[in-house]
Design a protein. Sequence first.
Length: 174
Amino acid sequence: MTYCAIFAALLAVCSWVSVPLGVPVTMQTFAVFAAVLMLGTKCSMAAIAVWLMLGAAGAPVFAGFKGGFGVLSGVTGGYILGFLLCPIVAAGVRKLAGDNWERMCVKAAALAAGLLVCYAFGTAWFVVLYTRNKGEITVFDALKKCVFPFIAFDGVKIALALILEKRTGKLMKR
């Protein structure tokens, strides 16, 4: 329980860390990746769920110190809710990989697969809500706006999470 609480707090803090480029880049995906690697499927899902519930209740735990159900039900809420899918997909990749799970490339592939599912869920959500509220948008235009600017940064975050897990994972008793 303590690790889940720590990682829920880490998610909040990493959501606040923002690099103001053309599109602000936060570190929340790094916290999701670190939780998946260091806590496993159930505990990382619990940590993400606690963070989501805190945010839905109005605590300012999302990017830009925002909170409330409106953030989750907004056009980018699907990307936030999609974080819950990352541990599930990573666990599936781990089961497929079997004994190879300890290899860094398989761990990276598991995180990337979880991220792709999060991107797909978030983009579908974005297209539906954007079309309903502001007008027609193509999937490709949504990807250009919401996914493509983040791919390289998310790759770096996967690498950072792998390094963190490699250096501290043995210290954590799961």
